[in-house]
Design a protein around this ligand. Sequence first.
Ligand code: DX5
Ligand code: ZN
Length: 245
Amino acid sequence: MTRRRLETEGTLIRRGAFAKRMGIKIAPSILSARFDRLGDQVREAAEAGADMVHIDVMDGHFVPNLTMGPAVVASIRPLTKIPFDVHLMVTHPQRFIQPFADAGVDDLTVHVESDHDVRTTIQAIRDAGVAPGIVVNPATPFDRAQPYLADVELILIMTVEPGFAGQAFRREVLPKIREARAYLDREGLRAELQVDGGIKIDTAGLAAEAGADILVSGSGVFPDHVAANLKKLREVAERPRASRP
Ligand code: DX5
Ligand code: ZN
């Protein structure tokens, strides 16, 4: 597949520089929302300026937890126009592409550690009219993701073991985030760099400085004080390195 580049008047816009200029995106994960009023929580996040809704799909097999499927996603889809970003933590991601496409999601990210041919799955996601992305676990080296980066819209780097919200941010993953940022910039690729796990006001700046374009946060945003939490996260993530304590 041809490498896609962002170009303006012949000048390559580097994604990292672009993201820094335009501000970082925040993707609240509804895994930490109150499920008895999920719709209200999605609206609350969207009205507070969330850039997308992060939806964690777990099958009880790839990870030891069960969450939500296409029916839940379809039921909240009409509540907002902001993109639905679906993180598939399942053993067989290819089985769920069409049901989530039908539910109206905007992107589907698949783990390179799942049981599938990654390239075929990426193409199947694109064929379903959805933006494809790949995910790597904390212990998985960047090299496992690198061959697919020209063909995806998103790379998600996990900073916790997938499966549960509320875990501590793993700082040892920061060099991999920097490595991915440098590679995307060097190659002029437009895939956005997303970081997920343990992002709170004390860690958002670390992920942003390492080069993230999008920060996922579950327990850092939901369930209470959603607007205030989002605002604080954004401030911390966008604060220049020099003024950070
Ligand atoms: C973990 C999920 C994360 C999780 C983030 O498997 O992929 O998206 O919801 O939650 P926090 O921000 O609480 O670590
Ligand atoms: Zn996630």
